[in-house]
Design a protein around this ligand. Structure first.
Ligand code: FES
Ligand SMILES: [Fe+2]
Length: 364
């Protein structure tokens, strides 16, 4: 029975294709990490990056490799506008990557310095992160690119926290771990969340949205203490909406009367064997950051430990299964990804794997 409904997870990844989705925004570093003339390194989709800030405060991201001989530009020096390579002193405009000077050239040289570019990527700051638009290697940037994703907020004043943790696995494993409803009662057992004994059958409605799917607005699980607390505070019911959108975004919005809680988790591919969860949450509930942070941290840590253990098993390339309905979201993720790649390849419209609303049932 199980086998009949099971599907292999993912496709085998060739060396060249690490299974990343290019042409999307990914969070690279926290905004607070780049200040003054400091250069900071990061890696996204196996691309080494150097990030910094111009003297006007604009964040930039360049490929951390000098186009001359490949030494990391992060060993160089930033003067507020221009990044100078530490090896032969070629100088590059930080935001455009354009070469502005090659010190070794004489007046006889005909080389058009301004035609040389260091790799550079669009960069935007949002919600305390520097986001980098990872356009496919060698690909030209499209005329217009959408803005980097923003965390939904519903009032002028709110608290916000950021947490992150690394997972020693391919981004696909990180993402399907994020949308997996069945691990909750086992991995996240704790007095403040739920107990294993509280497992019960659930039916949740899902609907297709562009590049993703939504768990339709619903009253959240009655066995979770935080939701019960929220309902008690406002005297009104709590509504939760959870979205997943390619390439890697899971957002959850809980609202009850005037009170709201909004969170976003992204799973970003660093290398094919390493990804990172960045979790940002904002709220206007009377909930001190100092109280929420340890819980969120513990929750993430539980996921991280599990993924570390899973990576031990995945080293030996086991066959994996996705079952109905608890793993249906994971199947949608793989189908969305495949269909997006297919539509990019053919130039045709993207086929959504869901034809309409669906109710999924599982016990958790
Ligand atoms: S390697 Fe950078 S200037 Fe030569
Ligand atoms: Fe989890």
């Amino acid at each position: 029975m199980l086998q009949a409904n099971a599907e292999a997870v993912g496709e085998s990844k060739s060396e060249a294709d690490a299974g990343f989705l290019w042409d999307f925004w990914y969070p690279a570093v926290r905004s607070s990490e780049i200040r003054g003339q400091k250069l900071v390194t990061a890696m996204l989709l196996e691309v080494p990056l150097v990030l910094g800030r111009t003297s006007e405060g604009k964040a930039f991201a360049m490929r951390d490799s000098c186009p001359h001989r490949g030494i990391p530009l992060s060993y160089g020096r930033l003067d507020g506008q221009v990044l100078e390579c530490c090896y032969h002193g070629w100088r590059f405009e930080a935001c455009s990557g354009r070469c502005v000077e090659i010190p070794s050239l004489t007046s006889q040289d005909k080389l058009k310095v301004e035609r040389i570019f260091a790799g550079h990527y669009p960069c935007e700051e949002r919600d305390g992160y520097v986001w980098v638009y990872m356009n496919g290697s060698g690909a030209r940037l499209p005329e217009t690119i959408p803005g980097a994703p923003a965390l939904a907020v519903f009032s002028d004043k709110y608290k916000i926290i950021h947490l992150s943790c690394e997972l020693p696995s391919h981004v696909d494993q990180g993402i399907i771990g994020l949308m997996d409803p069945a691990h909750g009662p086992f991995v996240h057992q704790s007095w403040f969340w739920r107990k294993r004994a509280s497992i019960h059958e659930k039916a949740k409605q899902f609907e297709p949205i562009p590049n993703g799917f939504r768990m339709s607005p619903h009253q959240p699980s009655a066995n979770s203490a935080p939701y019960r607390l929220l309902a008690k505070m406002t005297g009104e019911s709590v509504t939760t909406t959870i979205d997943f959108v390619l390439p890697n975004l899971r957002t959850e919005i809980d609202r009850s009367g005037k009170l709201w809680f909004s969170s976003r988790a992204t799973v970003t591919p660093v290398r094919r064997d390493l990804c990172r969860i960045d979790f940002a949450a904002a709220w206007n509930l009377p909930l001190p950051v100092a109280m929420f942070r340890p819980f969120a941290k513990k929750f993430l840590r539980q996921d991280q430990l599990t993924m570390i253990q899973q990576a031990e098993g995945l080293k030996y390339n086991p066959r994996l299964m996705l079952i109905d309905d608890a793993d249906r979201q994971a199947k949608w993720y793989f189908a969305l990804k495949a269909n997006l790649l297919e539509s990019r390849r053919t130039g045709g419209p993207m086929v959504h794997p869901m034809s309409g609303p669906v109710t999924l049932r599982w016990r958790s």
